[in-house]
Write a protein that binds this ligand. Sequence first.
Ligand code: C2O
Ligand code: CU
Length: 491
Amino acid sequence: MRKVMTRREFLSAMAGLTLIGIGGYPFVRRWMSSQGPLSLPSPPTVAWNGNIKTFRYVIQRGPVTLQDGTRFTGYLINGQFPGPELRVQEGDKVQVTVVNQLDQPTTLHWHGVNAPSPMDGVPGISQDPVLPGQSFTYEFIASPAGTRWYHSHVYEMEQVPNGLFGPLIIEPKTTPEPYPTQHELTLMFSTWGYKPGAGIDYGMMGNTGMGQMMGGGGNLSSSNQGLTHLVNGKIPTSLQSIKVAPREKLRLRLINASGTESYLLAIDGGTMLVTHTDGNPLQAPRVVSELYIAPAERYDVIVTPPRSGTWYLRSSLAGQESVRIPFSTVGEVKSSPAVGANSWSYLITGSNSFGSLPAVNHSVQLVLSGGMMMGGAWTINGASYPNTSPVKVRTGERIRLEMVNRSMMEHPMHLHGHSFAITSFNGRVLNSPLIKDVVNLKPMERCTIDFLANNPGNWFFHCHNLQHMVGGLATVIEYKDYPLPHVDKWM
Ligand code: C2O
Ligand code: CU
């Protein structure tokens, strides 16, 4: 069996470090409660629509050759790298039988789906892993509608980038599609390869200074050496150009499946209309000039050709272009659209620094820290998973997590089993909270996220930079009266 470091080995390697006290950082202002009820994502179970969709996923190792000639032994699903797009309708009963032909345990996690806890795929928290030679049938009602994805939750740094991930698209059925388009395309970004300390370390930025960097400009030092950027499992320059008619509205379902890297996407001379955040429709779509997408985030955007001929969707971050996806207009574009849109931000739908937050039953403060200054361990309130304190909730409660990032790297924090509302960001209350399942915090950023405890179980809550997750930036949301997880068994 190939040697991979488990969480426990990693954590024992980290043992003996002195933890730095987190101090009394005034990270979340106290707001008055507002009158209005908080609008939160609907309950986890949309009614079964009577249809059953069954899939059989045989997982095995096998050779992969990238378009630049790079060869490696991937983790294949039905022979494919990465896994196939799973497309179902809201309310379908989805049954996926995973046949594990690896020499390692594995699972699949349905990222962004409010599945029942025993189907959530996190060993030691929600289910036992599927052992070599065994199979397991996942079953859940497809909900909520939107751009979701799936990936392994075992030996993630090995199994995910090497192939155990894919898009999961839940087409709306009981809820109407608010922004219909004629054509759509899924673009799933990922990285292959390994680089220690991947992601952008905002503490290693040289002379540009924090202020400039945080303003979005600057000359970041990139850390993408050692990583190959892929789109739908291919080297993007090898992609056939995507053909679009002059006035067509094309929906792109953008999924960042990279374990470490973010992308800053823009279209040459064009804009994007952001319609969904992590699969959930915005109350009003927003036109943006560029879109930052952190690991595990999804955005649905609608694009229209900005010009005739060829144009690109590019990611440039840290002064380097990492991805360039070719498009070509079939026909002539007469007038270019007026530009002048803003960059995407969580505050784009409007916010108020004197706004008030809705009342909740229970709020918990989580200080994210660690990294270089802690020898590579990552912490929540000073502890690394599995030593972090679980967040205990009761069914029916409205929960608020108040987070601040006190480290020099960004943390895309993901909650399993629930969508949440970003209710405030950097001290400003959002006028219309974004519904998401990942919130990215850059260094010194802070936010509040609210969710309704409506899906009893044990749920992982962690940074989706897989290196940080394995390094301990994780905790568990535990429902009272639900059997406790057996954390140690498989970690
Ligand atoms: Cu994509 Cu634990 O999640
Ligand atoms: Cu992180």
